[in-house]
Design a protein around this ligand. Structure first.
Ligand code: ARG
Ligand code: ZN
Length: 869
């Protein structure tokens, strides 16, 4: 893919198949942190349809030591290398290119390519990191088979891992040793991986449904091995689930997972050798929270499930990114839903969508799930590509149903196995399996912005005619002023005065079946005739359509619905709506507050409800979710109103909170079973509300002192710090001291300090940056301190004096030179700045403008340009 238009963008429309394919890659690494040499032998084959093309290979900043074509050294006139691309005059036939390069892992702070983390050597190649290791057609539609030889000093690097299956290992006599790995599956370079160093493992052998014996290993630095057991179990569960639910087996003799303390993203699905951010592997009850355990299981599943959705079927080009990411998020979400509570998982996902993805879709960085151009692909690993991409798959699943969806997936895997696919291939498989024309559905991928459905109800008491008029609208986004209607499955239900469901289908200008209308036009009308009274409608059950709904309800109607809705997710959703009305719906805010309080009282008294669900109901919409629903974001006012509402609700519930808090103590004391985690969730929600009411009371202090799980301890510490309770300092000091050698737990208290809801938190953040706790090269630490501050501390980040913006922008500039992806992520905190009120907008603009000319990376420059553009 070349920058053929000279506009700085790569365009989807410019895609061309490679003129040269790489059939086989044989690599020999002489590993050394300071200077590693890589010898590569590539078998190259021209596309007969495009004769006369030079061989062009990507290679970023490589020190070229030797180059030979078919055994003959190439002279300066036979090739050219400009530091980015190696060009060889058309050899005119299939040939073998041998190169030797030198690279410097210990100087690699961008953590892309081959780098050092602690005493380990590791790789991260997606999207375009492989070219920092050696020359390659570094694009996903070039899929060689691989043979990888690793050589290193045995004492420093006793374990040598690479993609595929182990072939052989031997000593080399000089204190060095060698391991050879072979990956027989055609695999693009972005899935290449090696890991070397002193690693210990937990291991388990199983036989797959197809009868293959597979060794599962989870590796970590020796002191961390015991904390890998939970992750190992999660690998096992993922493998079994993909066999059962999608009929997909594992296809190598080993599956290795390695945990690294320095890792830019969450984890990476390299073929047969997943590499993880340690925070998504290491866990025990003393150091990980319940949320950590669930996140670990879900990320482990995500990466494992990529083996089919991403690796066996890979991407033709990076525009198709959501083809693997959206699909794999859909799959990992189903995995978690099948294993645990489907309602709780849906609540978690919908919170993320409404709080973060909707904001992205409405801000300066909005982009379609399949963009049609990009400057820097690293900036497209977004909530839109991942989470909205997964929602689109869910829409398809809703439209066709589980069995047809599964048939479509089977067909997609069968037709594209071993190939580099496009969204069109995916849609073609599902169109064939379902017999549906998916042309309009495909617009979900092309149009940015969150669709809005405005629903108006009219009832004619004389005739009993009831109509629902549904208008669909997607707001303009950067580069896309006009939008077309999408295919949206809208679930609905009508309740009569006795709370019975009216099952008569409406007359409609849309396909309607079993409580679902398939909206395809800008407006649809559903009409019922001869109803005995005005019904009460409910919509979008399970949030099946990822849209914003505008429906006018009176508070009485909401209260009735809250009692009618049986489904847990829908009940939660109604409470969110009540809370939103209480906070933003000026006219009946007080009535909404009272209703909300009444419903919460019922819930707190309902000991048959899942306590974790009750905890979710106590958690009001967060700041981001609220900010997304107002035209102009007045930060202090919004935070202030939310705090007031919380105070008021807590006062109303105080006795119920106390009694649930006490009653759940025993179950909450330990263990990772569902009821135990649930009990802790509600108990910690109660603790937070009780501490809010009376920070002087010693409740949080007592929980902190007595805690035997990290979940209880950290929740107590949060209450102490965030409500500025008397025991806060002492508890923080004790916590710091106890876990000072554990970087992951250290990140936890740092994030708590950074998110103290107070403008003065800025000073704490600055103090931490000046301390030994600050590690600018460690992405987790940067996220814990600066990411939490910028994304989850509205009062600190949005200080009136602009100091929050300046701090973050200044750090973006220095981090950009260390790790551009981490810096660019942080810069994304400004995505909604144009919607902030004037006193914030000015300083935000200044902080961004001050960055102009200070960002060296394409990542940072691309983002800044879009933010200011
Ligand atoms: N494919 C990885 C995943 O499972 C993420 C890789 C992110 N890479 C990047 N350059 N941002 O989601
Ligand atoms: Zn992924």
């Amino acid at each position: 893919m070349s920058l053929s238009r000279g506009d700085g963008f790569v365009h989807l429309a410019d895609y061309r198949a490679p003129a040269w394919r790489v059939l086989h890659a044989g690599l020999v690494f002489e590993l050394d942190p300071a200077a590693t040499t890589v010898e590569s032998v590539l078998s190259l084959e021209p596309d007969p349809a495009r004769p006369g093309q030079p061989v062009t290979l990507d290679g970023e900043g490589l020190e070229l030591l030797a180059i030979e074509l078919d055994g003959r050294a190439l002279g300066g006139d036979g090739y050219a290398y400009d530091g980015h691309q190696l060009t060889i005059l058309d050899p005119g036939r299939a040939c073998e290119l041998r190169t030797r390069v030198r690279i410097h892992p210990d100087a690699n702070t961008r953590l892309e390519g081959l780098y050092q983390s602690g005493r380990l050597l590791l790789t991260q190649c997606e999207a375009q990191g492989f070219r920092r290791i050696t020359f390659m057609a570094d694009r996903p539609d070039v899929m060689p088979r691989w043979r990888i030889t690793l050589r290193a000093a045995r004492d420093a690097f006793p374990v040598l891992l690479a993609n595929g299956n182990p072939v052989s290992s031997r000593g080399l006599g000089d204190g060095r040793h060698e391991a050879v790995w072979e990956n027989p599956h055609p695999t693009p370079a972005y899935l290449f991986a090696i890991a070397a160093g002193e690693l210990g493992r937990v291991t388990k052998t199983l036989r797959t449904a197809e009868g293959r014996e597979v060794e599962l290993n989870v590796w970590a630095e020796p002191g961390d091995v015991e904390r890998c057991r939970y992750a190992l179990g999660a690998v096992d569960r993922s493998l079994r689930w993909d066999e059962r639910r999608f009929g997909r087996g594992y296809d190598l003799d080993v599956f290795n997972v390695v945990a690294a303390q320095d890792f830019t993203m969450g984890a990476m699905e390299n073929k047969g050798l997943n590499i993880f951010n340690a925070r998504y592997i290491l866990a025990d009850e003393a150091t990980a929270t319940d949320a950590d355990f669930l996140a670990i299981e879900s990320v482990v599943a995500h990466e494992y499930l990529h083996n089919w959705s991403g690796n066996r079927v890979t991407l033709r080009d990076w525009f198709q990114l959501s083809l693997k990411e959206g699909l794999t998020v859909f799959r990992d979400t189903e995995f978690s839903s099948d294993l645990h509570s489907r309602a709780l998982k849906r609540i978690e996902v919908v919170r993320l969508l409404r709080g973060r993805q909707f904001a992205e879709d409405a801000g300066a960085l909005a982009h379609p799930v399949r963009p049609d151009r990009y400057k820097e692909i690293s900036n497209f690993y977004t909530l839109t590509i991942y989470e909205k991409g997964a929602e689109i798959i869910r829409v398809l699943h809703t439209l066709v149903g589980e069995d047809t969806f599964r048939a479509g997936m089977d067909r997609y895997f069968a037709d594209n196995d071993g190939k580099a696919a496009t969204l069109e291939d995916f849609l073609a498989a599902h169109a064939a399996a379902s017999g549906r024309d998916l042309a309009q559905f495909a617009r979900w991928y092309a149009q940015a912005g969150t669709p809005e459905l405005a629903i108006r109800a009219d009832f004619d008491a004389a005739s009993g005619d009831y109509t629902l008029t549904i208008d669909q609208h997607t707001p303009a986004t950067p580069g896309q002023p006009e939008k077309q209607p999408l295919l949206i499955p809208l679930r609905f239900a009508l309740y009569d005065a006795d709370g019975g469901e009216i099952t008569t289908p409406p007359e409609a200008d849309a396909v309607v079946r079993e409580g679902m209308a398939e909206l395809t036009a800008a407006r649809h009308v559903l009409r019922w005739r001869g109803l005995r009274g005005r019904p009460l409608p409910a919509f979008n059950h399970g949030f099946a359509a990822p849209v914003k709904l505008q429906v006018d309800y009176s508070v009485d109607e909401l209260a009735r619905l809250a009692r009618l809705e049986r489904d847990a997710f829908n009940r939660w959703d109604l409470l969110q709506r009540l809370a939103t009305d209480a906070l933003l719906g000026a006219a009946h805010a007080e009535a909404a507050t009272q209703t909300l309080s009444d419903v919460l009282a019922d819930l707190l008294e309902d000991t048959s409800a899942d306590p974790a669900f009750v905890a979710e109901c106590l958690a009001l919409p967060d700041f981001d979710t609220l900010a997304e629903q107002v035209d102009e974001v007045d930060v202090e006012a919004l935070v202030g109103r939310r705090e007031e509402l919380l105070d008021r609700l807590a006062e109303d519930q105080v006795e119920r909170l106390q009694s649930r808090y006490e009653a759940l103590a025993d179950v909450a004391a330990g263990g990772l079973d569902g009821p135990e985690m649930s009990a802790r969730a509600l108990r910690n929600a109660c603790l937070s509300w009780l501490t809010r009411l009376d920070p002087q009371a010693a409740l949080a202090e007592a929980q902190f002192a007595a805690a035997n799980t990290m979940t209880a301890r950290l929740a107590a510490l949060r209450c102490l710090l965030h409500f500025q309770a008397p025991g806060a300092e002492a508890a923080l000091a004790a916590f710091q001291q106890q876990f000072r050698h554990d970087p992951l737990v250290t990140d936890k208290w740092i994030a708590l300090v950074a998110t103290r809801p107070h403008p003065e938190a800025l000073a704490d953040v600055e103090a931490l940056m000046a301390s030994n706790w600050w590690k600018a090269t460690n992405p987790n630490r940067v996220r814990a301190l600066l990411g939490s501050f910028a994304r989850s501390n509205p009062l600190g980040f949005h200080r009136r004096d602009g100091a929050g913006y300046r701090l973050v922008a200044t750090q973006v500039a220095s981090l950009d030179a260390i790790n551009p992806q981490v810096a660019a992520r942080l810069l994304g905190a400004f995505e909604s700045w144009r919607r902030w009120t004037a006193p914030h907008r000015g300083p935000a603009r200044e902080a961004l403008a001050a960055l102009e000319g200070k960002l060296g990376s394409p990542d940072g420059r691309d983002l800044l340009e879009r933010l200011l553009g």
